[in-house]
Ligand binder design. Structure first.
Ligand code: GLY
Length: 350
């Protein structure tokens, strides 16, 4: 019932010459004119999350309740070392979590950053939205807010994450985030993202519910072994996630700094507002990141970024798309029939 179509085309982006763009359309049956559907899209680690979210949507849940319940499964899972409990710690060995939610029908958002000791930051973010006049709380203030709302504190560092952190600490080389003074031409410093020890995994999930409302969530333990207090894109509305109930929703995983300086998620939603498909909007955001990536230390010898970023998007009708800078990235979705995992479209073949 699903069709899979691939095409190749030539494109160009400043600084890297002609690129091969390979786009793979989501394996969903096309919508007829005027038709729409309830769907859920997530990052590659989101199979259980999209399944849970769709189960709740079928029962009539609001899209935001559904996606938060979905990502809670991954936040609770010690084996996903990029999110919640068991996530990679900062350079001091302390787990600091970032998360944000955005609710399409009321165009509200809530977020927490550098939150310690609470394993479900996405739930706290939702309470920030519902029970405060603010959008973003950080650090000690976020923890105190969570405490007074009854969230239980616990040690989030598992033995497995502690062992990985120790390995990194005992083998420190260039794989940290402290940089000497440098120029745009400086290379071979701060080489972090290709190193086996660093991770920018995260979970994003967007959904359209039975009423046609759209919401989204992004939650993460952030960059492994980050400088304490480092905040990535995940809790920043417009960077790591964004939705407009009349247009669609978008979110991201990967190098958060690239999304922070490009406001990537709001850019994707605005591209969709202009009429681009979700996949094309994601690919165009990838190209924008490449165009803006002028620092030599963040480029490989071929001029391409030495990091990856992946995007996930859906439009108001429930059409989906996903793209990454490099091949091999995965996304998940639920079309109402099954939860599936597919490769994202991409700019560059690895
Ligand atoms: N995208 C997750 C992070 O950079 O923290």
């Amino acid at each position: 019932m699903h069709s899979r179509r691939e095409f190749l085309k030539r494109a160009s982006a400043a600084g890297v010459g002609a690129l091969t763009v390979s786009a793979i359309t989501p394996s969903l049956s096309p919508l007829a004119a005027g038709e729409s559907r309830s769907v859920v899209i997530g990052s590659g680690n989101g199979l259980a999350a999209v399944a849970k979210a769709m189960e709740m949507i079928r029962d009539g849940a609001d899209a935001l309740d559904a996606v938060v319940a979905g990502v809670n499964i991954v936040e609770d899972d010690p084996n996903d070392m990029t999110v919640g409990y068991g996530g990679f710690p900062n350079e001091d060995g302390v787990v600091e979590l970032d998360a944000a939610v955005m609710h399409g029908p009321t165009h509200r958002a809530g977020a927490v950053a550098s939150l310690r000791n609470i394993k479900n930051p996405s739930k706290v973010a939702k309470v920030v939205m519902e029970r405060s006049d603010h959008v973003l709380l950080v650090g000690e203030g976020a923890l105190r807010f969570a405490r007074v709302h009854g969230f239980k504190e616990e040690d989030l560092l598992t033995d497995k994450a502690r062992a990985e952190w120790l390995k990194w600490k005992e083998n420190l080389s260039t794989h940290d985030d402290w940089l000497p003074a440098h120029t745009p031409e400086t290379k071979d410093i701060g080489s972090v993202y290709e190193a086996y020890v660093r991770s920018t995994g995260t979970i994003h999930c967007s959904a359209r519910d039975l009423k046609g409302n759209i919401s989204c969530v992004t939650t993460t333990s952030g960059l492994a072994y980050k400088i304490p207090g480092r905040v990535g894109d995940s809790p920043i509305i417009g960077a790591g996630l964004y939705c407009d109930n009349e247009v669609g929703s978008a979110g991201s995983t990967g190098r958060g700094e690239a999304n922070l300086v490009n406001c990537s998620s709001v850019m994707i939603v605005e591209f969709m507002r202009q009429g681009k498909t979700p996949e094309q909007a994601c690919l165009d955001a990838c190209k924008r990141i490449v165009d803006h990536n002028v620092m030599r230390r963040l480029k490989k010898d071929d001029g391409r970024p030495d990091f990856n970023v992946s995007f996930y998007a859906m439009n108001k009708r429930g059409e989906l798309g996903s793209a990454a800078l490099y091949s091999g990235a995965m996304f998940t979705f639920h079309d109402g029939a099954t939860a599936q995992r597919k490769e994202c479209a991409y700019l560059f073949k690895r």
